[in-house]
Design a protein around this ligand. Structure first.
Ligand code: G3H
Ligand code: 13P
Ligand code: ZN
Length: 333
């Protein structure tokens, strides 16, 4: 048993309270490898932004759970080395799908866990969330729950269509489950294909897809029901078209990839939305940079020569999100 406090990590409680009051959102970036983690910490340290390091079940399987935990511990030291005196870093389980997985993360030093029981019937979602909350709170670990179903694939949770969160359920859900934050469904979804072309309009000048707006009315209803309660948005990558273009120009094939426009995320950040999850954009930044090197320098075979540019591109992306979209820069001086 390792407690996150001994690793220099923090939970989300105070971070979220400040973000809701201050009208900004905390970035939650997924990581699976060293370059991603370095880029996240460099960007957070440089901007003095609180940050949530997200580890999915898939990431634990890919990178090894023990290694990831030590990497997060190392990240705190690395942040200090970069001159960030008081780093505010959360280590968070993304889309935990069982009590056992959440418990294992709490026991190995995570400061926050998500139990995603959103695919279960309502009462079962409450019961499982409550069980995780009861265990996690013993160690002061915060718990994110989800109500409503996102379109697309949520790890192993799949949904045929999006089911927006029902505002009339949120008070009962939050009260009875005891969760510390709530992920809601208002039209975002995971991955680089968030909307089907038939759901979008097409900009006649650029030929690009223009997605339908997020359901801000649902968000505002939820805020009214739970004033000040921390709300989370999953599936919030914007799918920058410049990365899609670079990937496609260098042998990739991502036709009609489309994300959530950044202005809408900026708007959401000013509300009770205090955590915004971004994974796909970082995957696109990395892939674009690597494809470019492979295409332009076919003789290159030193991984540092393509992983290095990929890391730089991800850092640029994270800084942009922090400063221009979420507004969390300078909130962890
Ligand atoms: O929400 C899903 C995250 O993007 C993590 O994806 O399960 O492929 O690691 P993953
Ligand atoms: P994106 O696929 O939009 O980056 O969403 C990531 C996410 O929600 C992780 O939980
Ligand atoms: Zn997610």
């Amino acid at each position: 048993m390792v407690n996150y406090k001994d690793l220099g990590l923090v939970n989300t409680r105070e971070m979220f309270a400040k973000a809701v009051a201050g009208g900004y959102a905390i970035p939650a970036f997924n990581f699976n490898n060293m370059e991603q983690l370095q880029a996240i910490i460099q960007a957070s340290a440089e901007t003095k932004s609180p940050v949530i390091l997200q580890v999915s079940k898939g990431a634990r399987n890919y990178a090894n759970q023990t290694l990831l935990r030590y990497m997060a511990e190392g990240a705190v030291e690395y942040a200090k080395e970069l001159g960030w005196e008081h780093p505010q870093i959360v280590l968070h389980l993304d889309h935990g799908d069982s009590f056992e997985l959440c418990k294992s993360c709490v026991d190995m030093g995570f400061s926050s866990v998500m139990i995603d029981a959103s695919s279960l019937p309502y009462e079962e979602n409450i019961a499982l969330t409550k069980k995780v909350v009861e265990y996690a709170h013993k160690y002061d670990v915060t718990v994110e729950a989800e109500l409503g179903v996102l379109a697309g694939v949520e790890d192993e949770v799949s949904a045929e269509e999006s089911h927006y969160t029902r505002p009339e359920e949120v008070i009962d859900f939050a009260t009875r489950s005891g969760c510390d934050s709530l992920a809601i469904s208002i039209g975002t979804s995971h991955g680089a294909y968030k909307f089907k072309p038939e759901q979008c309009k097409r900009d006649p000048k650029t030929g690009r897809l223009v997605p339908p707006p997020l359901a801000f009315d649902v968000l505002h209803e939820i805020e009214k029901k739970l004033p000040g309660f921390p709300i989370v948005l999953h599936g919030s990558s914007s799918v920058p078209q410049e990365y899609v273009d670079i990937i496609n120009a260098h042998g990739g094939k991502l036709p009609d990839a489309v994300g959530i426009p950044e202005e809408q995320l900026r708007e959401a950040s000013k509300s009770a939305v205090c955590k915004i999850n971004i994974d796909s954009d970082s995957r696109l930044a990395m892939t674009a940079a690597i494809r470019k090197v492979f295409d332009e320098k076919p003789g290159e075979f030193d991984p540092r020569k393509y992983l290095g540019p990929a890391r730089d591109e991800m850092k640029k992306l994270y800084m942009h999100k922090i400063i221009n979209v979420l507004g969390s820069n300078g909130k962890a001086e």
